[in-house]
Design a protein around this ligand. Structure first.
Ligand code: AMP
Length: 393
């Protein structure tokens, strides 16, 4: 039996989860504001007790040491790190000097994430020098995309010399939920599935026989759907227009598209879907419009993704919005009714577990809570410990 520590490290925060092989329980936590006077950590200890500690000005390594002191007597055998950008790497990798260098080389493509992952990897390596560490890349699942799906219609040199192509993200989540839904539907990793991962970041994916054939995010996680604060697709000439006519510099354009747009920009109110649904119900027209645009663009993306699939088995909703909002699911399925999708209102209102929510028609509709940590632990076991066990469904 092997236990795996999963780390998801950001620039001033990290999440951790200790995943036990039998999944009876999980020890987890979140450290925030690291390197500032308000550093703190909260989580659940061995024995399922909640804790919260102020950490002064602790850095990642100090906070990690505190987190590990709360794990108690449970040992673990390997450490799995979520890494956002792995470039052309196709699967999880045992971390060595070459992998660290590769993650650094990819930093220009994920400047907020990859440098932070290196900080986490170095902190855990110092604390546990004898344990194998594995990098599990968000991009790896999408490396099965055919060239027609990942190439932009740009001059060849930009691809060959600078790696400018579509990479896709959220791969760990798309892989997990498509495997789980297909297993529960009776044919693990078989058939054609559309996945809508709808959290603060949102993406769609077309999965055929367990492999990603297309996805809505591209060179960066900005492409595709309307998200919490990200615009998703805009006319590429917008950048030129904003620079030339409004005098915006490139930093302001980037910030606007990534942080001030999406649901927040459209509504002028919030990036939180719950807030928008409540406001729309009370007559806020901007909130209602933001939801309309979100749903319409999502349905259009799913319809487009269906072109990648030889057959359409089902649609899967996941992520904070996808798992929790019966309202959004119902609107999306209604917009796609010409594909034959239906929804069972009673099942659609149930929450908290993976289930089929269509009215017994085909293609199927599923809600599957995502579990990226479980997937990272599974891939870490396979790479570090050569274990071939899979997640028990
Ligand atoms: P995530 O990034 O996966 O944690 O998802 C965050 C998003 O999920 C936010 O936009 C939340 O408003 C949304 N969300 C969480 N619960 C609900 C809910 N019950 N109804 C609608 N949206 C929700």
């Amino acid at each position: 039996m092997s236990n795996i520590l999963v780390i998801n490290c950001g620039s001033s925060s990290f999440k951790y989860a200790l995943i036990l092989q039998d999944y009876d329980y999980r020890i987890y936590g979140l450290a925030e504001n690291l390197g500032t006077p308000n550093a703190r950590i909260s989580g659940v200890t061995f024995g399922n007790e909640k804790f919260q500690i102020d950490l002064g000005q602790a850095d990642h390594k100090e906070a990690l040491a505190v987190a590990m002191s709360r794990i108690g007597q449970v040992n673990f055998d390997a450490i799995g790190h979520r890494v956002v950008h792995g470039g052309n790497i196709t699967s999880a990798r045992l971390i060595d000097d070459d992998v660290i260098q590769h993650i650094k080389d990819m930093s220009p493509l994920a400047p907020l994430h990859n440098p932070a992952h290196i900080v986490g990897i170095e902190a855990t390596a110092q604390l546990y020098p004898d344990l194998p560490q594995v990098a599990v890349f968000d991009t790896a699942f999408h490396q099965s995309m055919p060239e027609k799906a990942y190439r932009y219609a740009l001059p060849q040199a930009l691809y060959h010399e600078h790696g400018i192509r579509r990479y896709g993200f959220h791969g760990t989540s798309h892989a997990y939920v498509s495997e789980r839904a297909s297993t529960l539907a009776g044919a693990k990793n078989q058939g054609g599935w559309l996945v809508a991962h709808l959290g603060n970041g949102c993406s769609t994916c077309a999965v055929w026989n367990g492999q990603s054939l297309d996805t809505s995010m591209g060179f960066t996680p900005l492409e595709g759907l309307v998200m919490g604060t990200r615009s998703g697709d805009v006319d590429p000439s917008l950048h030129y227009f904003l620079a030339k006519n409004l005098g915006w510099d490139i930093e302001k354009i980037d910030r606007t598209l990534n942080r001030d747009s999406g649901l927040l920009g459209l509504s002028g109110l919030s990036n939180d879907m719950r807030t928008l649904i409540d406001a729309a119900e009370q007559g806020n027209e901007n909130a209602a419009l933001a939801i309309e645009v979100f749903v319409y663009r999502l349905a259009k993306s799913l319809a487009a993704m269906s072109c990648a699939l030889p057959e359409l088995t089902g649609l899967i909703f996941t992520g904070g919005i996808g798992e929790n909002s019966a309202y959004i699911r119902e609107k999306v399925v209604a917009t796609l009714s010409h594909f034959g999708f239906s929804i069972d209102a009673e099942k659609n209102n149930l929450r908290g577990q993976a289930m089929r929510i269509d009215a017994g028609t085909n293609p199927q509709v599923w809600v599957v809570p995502t579990d990226e940590e479980a997937r990272i632990a599974q891939e870490t076991r396979q790479v570090a410990l050569a274990e071939t066990t899979t997640i028990a469904y």
